[in-house]
Design a protein around this ligand. Structure first.
Ligand code: ADP
Ligand code: MG
Length: 268
């Protein structure tokens, strides 16, 4: 479905270079439920942008359903995103002036659907996430968990084959977080491919496969489905096991005012 090969993404700021991704190779197969875990600044969001065709790499190749990314125009990539990928972000990224249903309809407008089809699909998606009674509410009239459900409905409305979620529970209380994860599990059971980016080990462990990223490199790739988790598919000597996952997760609890983050803030 998605294959990345030796992907590098370098940000240049003045004289300094930030290697946000430093030679990442990753193959995501149809119907997988993959989590990507790593500490803050490790390159998770940059990787999500590559997987989701939201940004292009500095070097390296990638294929989406067998088609090479570098051969696609910006328009092709935008079409592909609209057809095949549903995005969920930590901060929901809903447009505040639009109602829930209007937010959910947005990707369907980009997809070129007419109003009646849009309304039908948007209602169906909002029903799917249990918000049929809140369709005409604005984001500010909804709780965080409800807003994230709207954003899931938006991701689902065009029936994408891949759902990409960047810290989807990061801004939620634990009860809402569990509800959101349950929805992602249900979507996976229905045949969707799910990729979830997180710094939270408890979230990462819910996936079938756990990929660990550090300093822009994949340092672990573990099959999490059996009790033998960690034995198969581990890249690198002792990395990718539970202790390393824990370390990746714990790192994130440390203050985040490191060099990279302050650089990032400076450029935003
Ligand atoms: P994560 O999502 O794991 O916290 P990111 O992918 O956001 O990490 O960032 C990886 C590194 O790349 C960090 O050092 C960050 O500061 C840097 N970075 C990310 N985006 C930019 C950008 N647009 N310009 C410059 N540096 C960036
Ligand atoms: Mg991030």
């Amino acid at each position: 479905m998605i294959r990345l090969e030796d992907i590098k993404k370098t940000y240049y700021m003045g004289d300094s270079e930030v290697h946000a991704l430093d030679g990442v190779s990753l193959h995501i197969k149809p119907h997988e439920f993959v989590s990507i875990i790593g500490p803050s600044g490790s390159g998770k969001s940059t990787l999500m942008n590559m997987i989701g065709c939201l940004d292009v790499p500095t070097s390296g190749n990638y294929w989406i359903d067998g088609v090479e990314g570098s051969r696609m125009s910006d328009n092709d990539l935008a079409d592909l995103r609209n057809q095949k990928i549903g995005f969920i972000f930590q901060q929901y990224n809903l447009l505040p002036k639009l109602s829930a249903i209007e937010n959910v309809e947005l990707p369907l407008i980009y997809k070129g659907l007419g109003i009646s089809e849009r309304t039908r699909l948007a209602k169906e998606a909002l029903k799917r996430v249990g918000l049929e009674d809140k369709m005409y509410h604005k984001p500010t009239e909804l709780s965080g968990g409800q807003q994230q459900r709207v954003s899931i409905a938006r991701a689902l409305s065009s029936h994408p084959s891949l759902i990409l979620a960047d810290e989807p529970t990061g801004a939620l209380d634990s009860k809402s977080g569990i509800e959101i994860m349950q929805m992602l599990h249900d979507l996976h059971d229905e045949g969707n491919t799910i990729v979830i980016i997180t710094h939270d080990l408890n979230i990462a462990k819910q996936a079938e496969r756990i990929v660990t990223i550090r300093d822009g490199k994949i340092v672990g790739d573990v099959d999490n489905r059996s009790d033998m988790a960690g034995v198969e598919n581990v890249k690198g000597s002792d990395l990718g096991d539970d202790e390393n996952l824990k370390a990746a997760s714990l790192d994130d609890n440390m203050p985040t005012d490191n060099k990279n983050n302050s650089q990032r803030t400076a450029i935003e």
